[in-house]
Design a binder for this molecule. Structure first.
Ligand code: PBG
Length: 316
């Protein structure tokens, strides 16, 4: 009876797997604060995506860890940058079987760790950054990305990227906008994963949202849709279920939620100590995100969920 009347069901096809690919390594490197997640080599990345595809996963989102960082984050738009190289390899191997999303930001590639160009007064220069984002979008699209996902929270980023893609002949490439992205303390393990230390106070409060604000999220979402976003995202997920619910009720676009590194790591750490039941808590949390209104969930649990589903023979 419970099954018959259950309102929310998770499917493998709801999930997007975040994957890290690192330049200049020969073996995958474990990420201590993200148990079960690694920095991939190009070869291990391709193998992982093939396995995810065979498990029924429909999409992955790529993050690059470059060998060299610089002031402007040139690795983000260099055609030889690690994510661009990875996208080409993946497209050759898996074609259109899996939706290839590319996180579009410069923080993994800048020496100061900010999501944009740092201006004369130490602040991020919004408009100078947009030019870099446009170049990155075109490089990612040229390399085979189906979706670019701007995560830097610069004002006007979606419109600028949409125009740049269209002008470059990539009107088919979609934009998943990190629209309501909070200046959260839950990104810690991710910053280990991409080897980022943020200069000048170590935070992104200049461009990410204050977690005391919800109405502001709606403004961000509406602006992104007006500028051409195809999918809008709320990030993190669990502490922002109210925001996810509000976005779902207000727009017809697909809504994504990013269950971030800290949310994943907390479950792993508590389960390791035997304080909580790993599988039960993971399922409860992921279901809550969908129940709140997310159509698409980005989570480091994607592979785990797909494996569980395969075992139980209830593919997406
Ligand atoms: C920025 C970006 C971040 C995450 C995704 N894209 C980090 C940040 O804003 O500091 C965090 C994801 C996670 O914590 O899992 N490129």
């Amino acid at each position: 009876m419970r099954e018959l009347v259950a309102e929310t069901h998770l499917r493998v096809s709801d999930f997007v797997a975040p994957l890290f690919v690192r330049e200049g390594i020969n073996e995958p490197q474990p990420i201590v604060s993200l148990p079960g997640v690694v920095q991939h080599t190009l070869d291990s990345l391709v193998a992982e995506v093939v396995q995810l595809r065979d498990l029924g996963v429909r999409a992955v989102i790529l993050f690059g860890v470059p060998e060299h960082k610089d002031e402007v984050g040139s690795g983000a738009y260099d055609p030889k940058g690690i994510v661009q190289v990875a996208l080409r390899r993946l497209r050759e191997t898996i074609g259109d079987d899996v939706v290839l999303m590319a996180d579009l930001c410069v923080d993994e590639y800048t020496s100061h760790g900010h999501c944009g160009i740092v201006g004369a007064h130490g602040d991020v220069d919004n408009d100078a950054t947009l030019e870099i984002y446009c170049q990155a979008a075109i490089a990612q699209a040229n390399a085979g990305a189906h979706v670019v996902a701007p995560s830097g929270m610069m004002d006007g980023q979606v419109g600028a990227i949409r125009n740049a893609l269209d002008d470059a002949g990539h009107s088919e490439v979609a934009i998943m906008a990190y629209s309501a992205k909070y200046a959260s303390a839950l990104y810690g393990p991710f910053r280990d994963a991409v080897d980022v230390q943020i200069a000048g106070g170590g935070h992104r409060k200049g461009y990410q949202q204050d977690w005391r604000n919800a109405r502001e999220s709606m403004r961000e979402v509406f602006e992104d849709i007006e500028q051409g976003a195809d999918i809008v995202m709320v990030k993190p997920a669990l502490a922002y279920l109210d925001v996810i619910g509000q976005v779902r009720a207000s727009v017809d676009h697909p809504v994504a939620a990013y269950h971030v590194s800290g949310e994943y790591a907390m479950i792993k750490a508590a389960a390791e100590r035997g304080w909580i039941d790993h599988d039960a808590v993971a399922l409860e949390h992921l279901t809550a995100i969908k129940r709140a209104g997310a159509d698409i969930i980005l989570t480091y649990f994607t592979r785990w969920f797909a494996e569980q589903a395969a075992q139980q023979g209830r593919h997406g």
